[in-house]
Write a protein that binds this ligand. Structure first.
Ligand SMILES: O=C(O)C(=O)C[C@H](O)[C@H](O)CO
Ligand SMILES: [Mg+2]
Length: 403
């Protein structure tokens, strides 16, 4: 049996911080897991270093489910983003090891390919509607079949999803949280205009997505969903904070616009009622924050019973290790919807060489044994950790709000 002989946590910052777990076995086979939690990276690094790795040594790397249950139930203090990101990293690394030993890409271990490739969506953003539509046309020209559109709001200095850089979006932008300011009514006026212009320019054969990023009340989300129905959005994401899963009942009463939620979920319990009551259409949970491949499969299996499809989170703060694992999952899962794909910078790609590819709006994980991703530890060591916080958000009167 492939006994675990060691494990290390590699923190590197090629433009942004990433936390990677590397698990080694006595046969010399090692596996990688992404453990990056944007703005709280060192919490997960410590959780792994101080509370997980000592418990892994000597275990059979093939026993993925038993180790998962041990780390989940053994913690006593269950769930939460730090714990579940740490468990995710272990789970992902063990699937990597199992694939390498079997000589198979991980998707083959998950039941094989259920499709030729994985449809992805890119991020078109701009300070004005015209800017955003112009960038969306560039994505369409690159073959993207699905494009997220986010534009600036007149009268607001900043808004979610609009960055200086057109391709590399990194919200964790300062050593202490940047303070953003928000105005819902200005936002609600511009989004229908954005979709109108986008449909006129791009036509109807491309999927258009939008991320509200937790900033509306349920009734405001119902109104926006209704306003946008004529433009057929593929989904409205994070329409309202989802701690209260019942809140989505109110949105559902007012609109048929599809709803996606879950990038900040870390276990099946965060979305069970949303799925069972068919309050959402896509579940955004992903490998790195929702307990790894093993737990994400359980979420997807529940979702499949209710015709809810996957739409895994894939922002730049999820490392290429997570992207590789997500693509193996996406290729195999029966109720696949779409995969988010925010490109990483060349520096990041150099630290994490990988087999996955993009072509004509779709991706494939490749057929290398395991996940098909590696880490160049020497290069990673050149990029020191650099503390960076996600912004916070206040209303114009100073009230603390949702970022
Ligand atoms: O990619 C998305 O849909 C996001 O909402 C990006 C998040 O703001 C980002 O991952 C936070 O670190
Ligand atoms: Mg989002």
């Amino acid at each position: 049996m492939p006994k675990i002989t060691g494990a290390k946590v590699i923190v590197t910052c090629p433009g942004r911080n990433f936390v990677t777990l590397k698990i080694e076995t006595e046969e010399g086979v090692y596996g990688l897991g992404d453990a990056t939690l944007n703005g709280r990276e060192l919490s997960v690094a410590s959780y792994l270093q101080d509370h997980v790795i000592p418990c892994l040594i000597g275990r059979d790397a093939h026993q993925i489910e038993d180790i998962w249950q041990y780390l989940y139930k053994g913690a006593y203090w269950r769930r939460g983003p730090v714990t579940m990101s740490a468990i995710a990293a272990v789970d992902t690394a063990l699937w990597d090891i199992k694939g390498k030993i079997a000589g198979l890409p991980v998707y083959q271990l998950l039941g094989g390919a259920s499709r030729e490739s994985v449809m992805v969506y890119g991020h078109a953003n701009g300070t004005t509607i015209e800017d955003t539509v112009r960038v969306a046309l560039e994505y369409q020209a690159q073959g993207y079949k699905a494009i997220r559109i986010q534009c600036g709001v007149p009268g607001m200095a900043s808004t979610y999803g609009v960055s200086k850089d057109k391709y590399f979006y990194e919200p964790a932008d300062a050593d202490l949280p940047t303070e953003n300011v928000w105005n819902t009514s200005k936002y609600l006026r511009i989004v229908p205009e954005l979709f109108k212009a986008a449909r006129e320019a791009l036509g109807w054969d491309v999927h258009l997505l939008h991320d509200i990023h937790h900033r509306l009340t349920p009734i405001e989300a119902g109104r926006l969903g209704k306003d946008l129905e004529q433009y057929r959005p593929f989904w409205l994401e994070d329409a309202t904070p989802a701690e209260n899963q019942d809140a989505f009942k109110l949105i559902r009463q007012h609109t048929t616009t599809p709803l996606a939620v879950g990038e900040i979920f870390n276990s099946i319990h965060d979305c069970r009622e949303l799925i069972q009551n068919q309050l959402i259409d896509y579940i955004r949970a992903t490998v790195v924050h929702a307990g790894g491949i093993s737990h994400l499969r359980k979420i997807a299996n529940l979702a499949d019973l209710y015709q809810v499809r996957t739409g895994c989170h894939g922002a730049t703060d999820l490392s290429p290790v997570c992207m590789a694992a997500a693509l193996h999952f996406d290729l195999s899962v029966p109720n696949f919807g779409v995969q988010e794909y925010m490109r990483h910078t060349p520096e990041t790609d150099a630290v994490f060489p990988h087999a996955y590819t993009f072509e004509n709006g779709a991706m494939h994980p490749g057929d290398k044994p395991g996940l098909g991703v590696d880490i160049d530890e020497e290069l990673a060591a050149k990029y020191e950790y650099n503390r960076a916080f996600l912004p916070v958000n206040r209303l114009e009167d100073g009230t603390m709000f949702n970022w």
